[in-house]
Design a protein around this ligand. Sequence first.
Ligand SMILES: Cc1cc2nc3c(=O)[nH]c(=O)nc-3n(C[C@H](O)[C@H](O)[C@H](O)COP(=O)(O)OP(=O)(O)OC[C@H]3O[C@@H](n4cnc5c(N)ncnc54)[C@H](O)[C@@H]3O)c2cc1C
Length: 451
Amino acid sequence: MKVAVCVKFPCGEINPFDACALEAALSLPDADITLVSMSPLKVMTAFKELSRYDKVSRAILLCDPLFAGSDTLATSYVLSLLLKRISPDMVFFGSRSVDSDTAQVPAQTAQRLGYSFYPFVMRFSGSRVVTREGEFSLSLPAALSFERINVLRFPSFRAKPKEVEILSASDLNADISRTGLKGSPTEVVNYVRTEGKIRKCRFIDKEEFFPLVERLKNVRKKRFEIRESAEKTDLALAIGAGAEAYAQAIAKKVISFPFLSAEETKVKTEEYSPKAVIFASSPENKTVAAFAAAKMGLGLCADCTSLRTQNGEIIATRPVNSGRDYADIICKTSPLLATVLSFDDSDGIIVSGGRGCEKETVIKFADKLNAKICCSRAAVDDGKFPYDCQVGLTGKAVAPDVYIALGISGAVQHTCGMENSGTVIAVNPDKNARIFEFADYGVLDKAENLL
Ligand SMILES: Cc1cc2nc3c(=O)[nH]c(=O)nc-3n(C[C@H](O)[C@H](O)[C@H](O)COP(=O)(O)OP(=O)(O)OC[C@H]3O[C@@H](n4cnc5c(N)ncnc54)[C@H](O)[C@@H]3O)c2cc1C
């Protein structure tokens, strides 16, 4: 079984999601693995180290100054040139990268190769996969993107690194107008550093908790709002619930669809010639948008939190650097394709459970307060709640009147999804937990002790 594993080194080390993809490949008894990385020469030591695994027969570094600054479309173009030559049965990716998290390259590469695509793999047995969408038999050739489902083993003590082959743009016969910064339809034009929306937390006794929530539940605070652009473009297509509000903010006319496939998106784009095509950012739409972008050769801005029009140009803003900062992105191709973080701006109370809180405790709080349940990613990974409930960078954004965080530490990837809530109350016995910086009220106790 020929398997290509594509890896990146965002902080000098292998991207943790790519490490899971490599481990999945190593778990196949008959795997003949080619490691592929499109990276600068400085990753050579880390890359060579990965070539020590017995099942890795080739390690290929795609390295050329002409690749520098490639966005996802340009990256998938270069990767697909190499992969077409190797023609593996399966191509493995990490589902996302810890530095940018757009999750587009696997889908776009699969589209260019014409492979079946299985995104967000949570279980893998060689012939069957469980993804966020359900369980499937693999239809080969296939591209798969892996969640953090395993731990990369160590290579054998005696194993020696292999020779790394370095290929340039000319070795691949790449069209250099489609690589690097010049060949990338999206461009970051501005970076905004942010420490998020820090609040001043007032600590209360556990007995005060339920009376406080009772008082707050009817208080309406100004929460997240999508700002209207002063200047508007002519027409935008909105696909999926949550996309329409963003489209209306930048376009005079909006045509909405509950769902479109990548092919249907292409057809509708040709039919209506919109200035923007905006997808609500569900896992399914992320793949569809990436496929549609690759099909049409258009730039795609992923997981945007705002869109605006300025001097005739649409500017998309998205969290980067794991949600710590924001980047303004423009698209050199038209229409602009974007996935937008859908805001669940429901009134009322959300009780959100983390790794530190039992599922039953979260349910008891929610029942008592007549609240909706959400959770952190750790709670999804632990199997406590479904992915639909996940708040944060790779889940959904919420802005209820009251957000109650039970057993959540407050990682930046979580807080960027709840920081627009009206009032935030955190319950956690650790007074140094970061969640208290994003809370108006805090209870220093175990969640179950409040019931
Ligand atoms: C690319 C990327 C994307 C990510 N996307 C997301 C995302 O969308 N959403 C998200 O949430 N995370 C996301 N993460 C993961 C994030 O970094 C954190 O790992 C995660 O949010 C931690 O979840 P947690 O707070 O539930 O668990 P932990 O960090 O383990 O915190 C558990 C907390 O519970 C407290 N506790 C323990 N016992 C009790 C008790 N009895 N009662 C009350 N409190 C208790 C502890 O003091 C601790 O603070 C992402 C990470 C990466 C790298």
